[in-house]
Design a protein. Structure first.
Ligand SMILES: *[C@@H]1O[C@H](CO)[C@@H](O)[C@H](O)[C@H]1NC(C)=O
Ligand SMILES: *[C@@H]1O[C@H](CO)[C@@H](O)[C@H](O)[C@H]1NC(C)=O
Ligand SMILES: *[C@@H]1O[C@H](CO)[C@@H](O)[C@H](O)[C@H]1NC(C)=O
Ligand SMILES: *[C@@H]1O[C@H](CO)[C@@H](O)[C@H](O)[C@H]1NC(C)=O
Length: 182
């Protein structure tokens, strides 16, 4: 299932529809939403979480709205989840919050970025969180609530980063070789 957001809607498309490369999308696949800004599936694919102007909303895969799980008016631009969506990680500007849906509280907050956060990525075992801003990549150890700064990157603005788990796709082992600019 692919979830795509526009400034006023959420579109959910299943793999079969995507394969057919449709030229138009039927109304059944489209929900009106107020300014979605970030979106992520729970790791077990059971829920979709969408950040909007009023907070983080939860949806079932078929598009049914399952509630506003966290209310905040701070603009959220990145979102990630762990523990089947029971724990939601998101940013507002320079801060990262870890929100627990069961207790309804923010259990951890990371405030080390100096400029707006541009991406968040959880390692497959969900113990590490990588976050980027224009000048910095931070690797957070969520168990210890500690972090390290990734040093030695080539100069230039940092745009994004994402974890890869080599074990979940055994056929996709490959060796990365720096080959310069393509
Ligand atoms: C940081 O994010 C806030 C909220 O999205 C935005 O208003 C502000 O312009 C951003 N700052 C920079 C330097 O991009
Ligand atoms: C982020 O949100 C928290 C409350 O959820 C607020 O205390 C904090 O000031 C916000 N930070 C920014 C940079 O907007
Ligand atoms: C997180 O920190 C703890 C304590 O230092 C360490 O045992 C653990 O291996 C770290 N996790 C990762 C994924 O590096
Ligand atoms: C990656 O995460 C999935 C889902 O939690 C799990 O089934 C799988 O075993 C994990 N892989 C590794 C290498 O930890």
């Amino acid at each position: 299932m692919l979830a795509a957001c526009t400034s006023s809607s959420l579109v959910l498309l299943d793999a079969l529809t995507l394969k057919r490369a449709p030229t138009s999308i039927g109304p059944d696949s489209i929900r009106s939403l107020k300014s979605p800004t970030a979106v992520t599936w729970s790791q077990d694919n059971s829920y979709l979480f969408v950040a909007q102007a009023d907070g983080i909303h939860k949806f079932e895969p078929a598009g049914h709205h399952a509630g506003l799980v966290h209310e905040t008016t701070h603009p959220i631009t990145t979102i990630a989840t762990r523990d089947k969506g029971n724990s939601i990680l998101f940013n507002n500007e320079t801060e990262i919050s870890v929100f627990e849906t069961q207790s309804g509280t923010i259990i951890q907050r990371f405030t080390s970025h100096k400029t707006n956060i541009t991406s968040l990525s959880l390692s497959n075992d969900t113990t590490l969180l990588a976050s980027t801003s224009l000048n910095t990549v931070l690797i957070h150890n969520l168990t210890m609530a500690s972090h390290t700064v990734l040093r030695g990157l080539p100069s230039g603005d940092i745009t994004t980063c994402v974890f890869h788990d080599p074990h979940s796709h055994p056929t996709s082992y490959w060796n990365w070789e720096p080959i310069g600019y393509l």
